[in-house]
Design a binder for this molecule. Structure first.
Ligand SMILES: C[S@@+](CC[C@H](N)C(=O)[O-])C[C@H]1O[C@@H](n2cnc3c(N)ncnc32)[C@H](O)[C@@H]1O
Length: 147
């Protein structure tokens, strides 16, 4: 996230649960704002639990990520731990056979979803079990995926 200085558009967290990941990032980067999307009951819980010191920078939105994304022009779309074990068809629908994917699988997935996804890099931060993949949408916004 430190590569992305403050801009006018927020970070979008799809399937963001109660906003735990955004809360952690918000505590590290006081210049970032967030929209957390999940099912209505989940975002209701998130709203009631978000820490006061970051509540002004985190908003919650009920959204089924299998339907069209209503938020346009966010700087970053964070899809963390929501794609890794979904069926190919459903993952394609979010961007698809229930298996963990290797790097080449991910690259092929994005290219198959739409050739305008330009896979840039994959990094595993030291000490993390997760990877960060940076994928450039050769249009209007940058997409950042955690898996
Ligand atoms: C494994 S959790 C990951 C949560 C969060 N992204 C994280 O990394 O901490 C998956 C989340 O996706 C949400 N989810 C599952 N299907 C969804 C859908 N169709 N639309 C929106 N959210 C969904 C679940 O409610 C859950 O909060």
């Amino acid at each position: 996230m430190d590569k992305y200085p403050k801009s006018e558009e927020p970070t979008e967290t799809v399937g963001g649960s109660e906003g735990q990941a955004c809360t952690a990032i918000a505590h590290e980067f006081s210049n970032l704002e967030f929209i957390v999307q999940d099912f209505q009951p989940v975002v209701n819980q998130g709203k009631s639990r978000v820490p006061a010191d970051v509540a002004g920078r985190i908003t919650f939105m009920a959204h089924d990520f299998l339907t069209q994304q209503p938020v346009r022009n966010a700087d970053v779309y964070l899809l963390r731990q929501i794609l890794h074990n979904w069926s190919t068809d459903l993952t394609m629908k979010v961007l698809q056979n229930s298996h963990e994917r290797g790097l080449d699988d991910w690259k092929n997935l994005f290219k198959t979803a739409d050739p305008r996804f330009n896979f840039q890099e994959a990094k595993q931060p030291a000490g993390s079990t997760l990877w960060i993949m940076t994928v450039q949408w050769e249009g209007q916004w940058l997409v950042r995926f955690g898996c």
